[in-house]
Design a protein around this ligand. Structure first.
Ligand SMILES: [Cu+2]
Length: 181
């Protein structure tokens, strides 16, 4: 009986940990094709140690072009532009500054996202032509405390063992297409 009880307790702790890892701030579509238009949906699975989320500041990763946020009822959204280190070409024009940061803020205490609920915050844009991992850093601020989702593994893309990993987007090579002459 004693054994059974402690086993149950252990599996409860384990399932809490697993739930949390899956409930970080993650992209609901973590894979996309290079050069495509992509809707990035950030899923916020929990608050900060039980406290409600009232703002989210998202660093648009370098190479993600023309980021445009989806408005959200109950939240203000703002986009900040900056000069790009690497300008890019879009529809025959050179883009030298672009959106680098998006910020959602709950308009009231009531609009904040409770810890026991989840929600999604989305933006769209064009992915670069080159494949590879893209990391989206997010600062989640709560009524009390904050989570800085900005850890990136030293190598590879496994976030195992990281406490506050950035959200990973796996940009995959575009399939070779037929040439029409
Ligand atoms: Cu978590």
């Amino acid at each position: 009986m004693r054994h059974l009880l402690s086993l149950t307790a252990a599996s409860l702790v384990l399932s809490t940990l697993v739930t949390c890892a899956q409930a970080h701030v993650v992209l609901s579509e973590p894979k996309a094709i290079a050069g495509s238009y992509y809707k990035a949906t950030l899923r916020v699975g929990h608050g900060c140690n039980g406290s409600s989320t009232h703002s989210l500041v998202v660093q648009v990763p370098a190479g993600f072009q023309g980021a445009k946020p989806q408005p959200k009822f109950g939240w203000t959204v703002a986009a900040r532009k900056a000069k790009l280190a690497t300008p890019y070409n879009s529809h025959g024009k050179t883009v030298i500054d672009d959106v680098v940061e998006l910020r959602w803020v709950a308009v009231s205490k009531e609009a904040a996202l409770p810890d026991d609920q989840f929600d999604e915050f989305a933006f769209m844009g064009r992915l670069p032509d080159g494949a590879g991992p893209m990391w989206v850093k997010i600062l989640q601020t709560c009524e009390s405390g904050q989570n800085d989702w900005s850890e990136i593994p030293a190598n590879g893309t496994s976030t195992r063992g990281l406490k506050l990993p950035a959200a990973l987007l796996d940009v995959q090579p575009a399939p070779a297409h037929e040439h029409h002459h």
